[in-house]
Design a protein around this ligand. Structure first.
Ligand code: ADP
Ligand code: MG
Length: 402
């Protein structure tokens, strides 16, 4: 009989994080180091180890065997650390400029040691402070096209794609998305956080049979469609940026899913920040919505034409069909994401920060009406410009029509 030793796992603390950074030769043995736990996410520990004398730093991210903000009553697989570190390394093959360098991983300890990006700012925070990040959508469009095309059947061939998909069986994290993005926001679930002034609208949405049907279809497509290796949680809290640079972090929700999901999440969170903007920089955020789609389609088309394993790739109309299909998914998933940020558990920080009640409620109901249209009428959208027009109509209280 074999006795398997219990896997050693221990959460790090600021002292043991420093010891690990030194052991990995990331700093000189005699360097004077500081460490702070800076995790502001919901799930994991993030240690920032720095050497004040040189300004060098490193990041040690560690998964806990439970959800950080809830505690031990909500256990969650440590496997998510492996998902994150392996996804970061795969995305780096296709888009190295846009992901942090991984220095070291340890599966037992659920650790990823990576490049310190503290020179940049989390886009969600920057957007709430009024930043526009002029290159953001060009970089994200490139990142999306290269990682999503690169891990698709078209680039890899079916055999290699299926092999890679096995590595990213990620049921526990997918279940969180299935519940908190797709199911709970569309029903009267106790996890939803609906502010009082919005409860009538929420009741209306929850009894909207058309919305439930289209929401159900989007959820099923999310669960069954293994098109490419997705980031899986590409909201603006997963992007670091400056005016020159963009880096995508935190792909612990990575799995093989529909390409439009990643694009839709970026668009939805940008739309929410745009709605929260009261000054004339709103248009610059809306330009990110059209530009990310333009850059994505241009680069995707180039990659498709350069190197494609699919026998039928050159059949006239096939690429156009694929792009149309991705657009339809993008629109629908942008709707699902916007809806959950208004009536679900996790809200948009910049909208919540608006203290004028009437203004905040107006923005939230515009977002919910837009979200409904994106979900229900997703096949009517022909380009990203139409999404922007629908946002403007929703914001002006005009009936959204395509
Ligand atoms: P979680 O998985 O718990 O959501 P994140 O990966 O989003 O954790 O990280 C939480 C926070 O830690 C980020 O918002 C950011 O402030 C900080 N952080 C994460 N990775 C880095 C990094 N590579 N460089 C600098 N700060 C980071
Ligand atoms: Mg995370």
């Amino acid at each position: 009989m074999s006795t398997s030793a219990k896997v050693a796992y221990e959460p790090l603390n600021e002292q043991t994080a420093i010891t690990l950074a030194v052991k990995l030769n990331l700093f000189d043995r005699d360097a004077e180091l500081h460490c702070r736990e800076i995790g502001d996410g919901n799930l994991n520990l993030v240690f920032h180890v720095t050497e004040p004398a040189t300004g060098h730093g490193t990041i040690i991210k560690q998964a806990l065997p439970y959800v950080r903000v809830i505690g031990e009553s909500w256990p969650l697989t440590l496997e998510r650390a492996r998902m994150e570190s392996e996804a970061l390394q795969i995305f780096a093959r296709y888009a190295p400029e846009y992901v942090p360098v991984v220095h070291h991983t340890d599966e037992q300890y659920a650790i990823t040691v990576m490049e310190d990006l503290s020179r940049l700012k989390i886009v969600r925070t920057g957007f709430a402070e009024g930043a526009v990040y002029p290159l953001l959508s060009t970089h994200i469009g490139e990142y999306l096209a290269r990682t999503l095309y690169g891990t698709s059947d078209f680039a890899l061939g079916a055999e290699a794609r299926r092999e890679l998909a096995l590595q990213f069986h990620n049921p526990e994290l997918c279940k969180i998305t299935e519940n908190f993005v797709f199911t709970y926001p569309l029903i009267d679930d106790e996890s939803n956080a609906v502010e009082t002034g919005l409860s009538e609208l929420a009741q209306e949405l929850w009894s909207d049979q058309k919305l439930l049907l289209e929401g159900a279809k989007l959820k099923q497509h999310f669960m069954t469609s293994a098109e490419a290796l997705l980031h899986g949680d590409l909201h603006t809290g997963s992007i670091f940026a400056s005016d020159e640079e963009t880096k995508v972090i935190d792909p612990e929700f990575a799995f093989y899913g529909p390409i439009g999901y990643d694009i839709g999440l970026f668009i939805a969170n940008t739309l929410l920040s745009a709605l929260a903007r009261q000054d004339d920089t709103r248009d610059e955020l809306l330009r990110h919505v059209t530009n990310v789609w333009d850059v994505f389609t241009t680069r995707y088309t180039q990659l498709w034409q350069q190197d494609n394993q699919e026998y039928f790739a050159g059949v006239p109309g096939y690429l156009e069909y694929q792009l149309q299909h991705i657009l339809k998914d993008t629109v629908g998933y942008a709707g699902s994401e916007m809806m959950r940020r208004v009536v679900g558990l996790a809200h948009a920080k910049d909208i919540e920060a608006i203290t004028d009640d009437a203004k905040r409620l107006h923005i939230k109901s515009s977002a919910a009406r837009l979200a409904r249209d994106l979900i229900v009428n997703r096949t009517q959208y022909r380009d990203a410009q139409q999404i922007v027009r629908a946002l403007e109509q929703a914001d002006q209280g005009v009936e959204i029509g395509n």
